[in-house]
Design a protein around this ligand. Sequence first.
Ligand code: AMP
Length: 280
Amino acid sequence: MQVFVTEKALKNRISFLKKKGLSIGFVPTMGALHAGHMQLIKASKRKCDITVCSVFVNPTQFNNKEDLIKYPRTIEKDKQMLKENDVDIVFFPTKEVIYPEGMDLNVDIDLEGLDELWEGEFRPGHFKGVVQVVKRLLDLVSPEYLFMGQKDFQQFTIVNMMLKKMQIDTELVVVPIHREKSGLAMSSRNVRLTVEYRRKALVLSRMLKYVKNNYSFENINSLEDYVLKQIKKEGLRPEYFKIVEGKYLKEVSSVNEDSVIAIVAAWAGKIRLIDNIIIK
Ligand code: AMP
């Protein structure tokens, strides 16, 4: 496994590998790696000759200062995990490498309102930061394939829109949500959950499953109301729970659309959790 920190070293290596005709798969992360991230690595290794993983806690996508400060950082453990999973290249850039002074890295595209809904509403500016960092990383790595998790449904939907609108020659591969045995969606933030909230948080995956099993029998609005009540009853503070169509994430009143998903965000104490399930 090769570890790079600078733009020049990374680019040199990648252009060498590309000249040899090898395909590149890219897995961007913010570190504090877990088995969910490893599913992305495995998917890349199956599809591509070379797998590149970046670890960078991107400050521009944090709307909450405390969340950025407290975001778990486990660099040595991450390196170990990436090595055990046979990653070819790890990129550990500093803030200065990603955002060099004087470089204009604004990505000015119309996200057709997708960035203002749900996560965008509760985390203003978040997706502007996501799009900015993903574009910058894609410029550095120029992969054939980009691997992202279904866990961040709105994020991959927006990144896919960016790839299309900017005609970036990279194909997005979405990897299903990896869960703990309990049903809890794996997340770097889970390590900050208290034992009690880790148990209470199970209401999210339980309710998503319930909705998948019952959407065809019940009225959508009453189903949403019921779920919100159950989440509150468990002591979590929901921000949204919605059944939406899968393309622009607009609310639906029936599940006649081609693709329908249920999305949820809730606070478990001081930790904000998101989860989703594909209904059809
Ligand atoms: P993060 O480090 O949280 O920014 O996540 C990096 C990538 O891993 C994103 O594409 C996430 O959607 C994905 N990811 C995070 N958690 C999971 C999970 N439980 N299952 C699958 N992918 C995940």
